[in-house]
Design a protein around this ligand. Structure first.
Ligand code: NDP
Length: 254
């Protein structure tokens, strides 16, 4: 049975579009006050207005989590303004596919700095608050959900550095899970297959076309499908830790 999140606070990174935006709305619907973190302030404000109109509470934090000071500030302002921190959805990410040979290495830097470093900065800053929430919070349990990918379990040509970052997210998640689970901080990983979001907008044109050909005829997931999984994980009773969820479109083979 899903539990309510009333009295708790959730922080979602990458909340200005796609999976993060719907996850923010979904956690608010379950009763959490939500801190919405991403760089596009106008998008965050629009989402916050929707959440508020539905009777929820939202805090807009226009921050770039690849900058450690901003990642720390996002966490600290959440605690200062919303009072605590029980749930973190480490979702912000970028997927810049393409061959390794001759790759523009600034694309690698962007993936490593967001998918790995940004996620690590947020996790590091949040953990003391999550441990405190698990000790004394309304639910006596806290959640850190990292959004990885099918690409975190299966390497493919033309996805090398994206694979590197998402395999890294999976490894970090499992190591941290072992470190803190006995203290009732649940650390989970969600691994989506193809989801219809803005993620592919950032691909070089020829790569975007190849990606579209790969998924031609496949009905992609929608962001709600993954937000639903996030909400499932964090609304379990204290005794239940959903460690990992791999979710592909039914038509996606690999
Ligand atoms: P979107 O491109 O829609 O969302 C990415 C989010 O990350 C945006 O809100 C963006 O906001 C935010 N972001 C980017 N850079 C930064 C930054 N420096 N600091 C803070 N936020 C940032 O894509 P998705 O919703 O699809 O992606 C969400 C996650 O899901 C990613 O980790 C992705 O790897 C993963 N995923 C997605 C799949 C898919 O098929 N869509 C499949 C498997 C995994 P802004 O630009 O405003 O900062």
């Amino acid at each position: 049975m899903a539990e309510r999140l009333d009295g708790t606070v959730a922080l979602v990174t990458g909340a200005s579009s796609g999976i993060g935006a719907v996850s923010g709305r979904e956690l608010a619907r379950h009763g959490a006050a939500v801190a919405l973190v991403a760089r596009r302030k106008d998008r965050l404000e629009q989402l916050a207005a929707e959440i508020t109109a539905d009777g929820g509470r939202a805090l807009v934090l226009a921050h770039d989590v690849t900058d450690q000071a901003q990642a720390v500030d996002a966490v600290e302002r959440t605690v200062a303004e919303l009072g605590r921190l029980d749930t973190v959805v480490n979702n912000a990410g970028v997927m810049l596919l393409g061959p390794i040979v001759g790759a523009p290495t600034q694309e690698w830097d962007r993936m490593v700095s967001l998918n790995l470093q940004g996620l690590l900065y947020v996790a590091h800053a949040a953990l003391p608050h999550l441990l405190a929430a698990a000790d004394t919070g309304p639910r006596r349990v806290a959640d850190l959900v990292n959004i990885s990918s099918v690409a975190g379990r299966r390497a493919m040509a033309n996805a090398g550095v994206y694979n590197l970052t998402k395999f890294g997210v999976n490894a970090f998640t499992e190591s941290l899970r072992q470190e803190v689970t006995a203290r009732h901080v649940r650390v989970s990983v969600v691994e989506p297959g193809a989801v219809d979001t803005e993620l592919t907008d950032h691909l070089r044109e020829e790569i975007r076309e190849a990606s579209a050909r790969r998924f031609a005829g496949v009905e992609k997931l929608v962001a709600d499908d993954i937000a639903d999984a996030v909400a499932y994980i964090v609304t379990r009773p204290r005794r239940v830790a959903v460690n990992e969820m791999l979710i592909r479109p039914t038509g996606q083979v690999g």
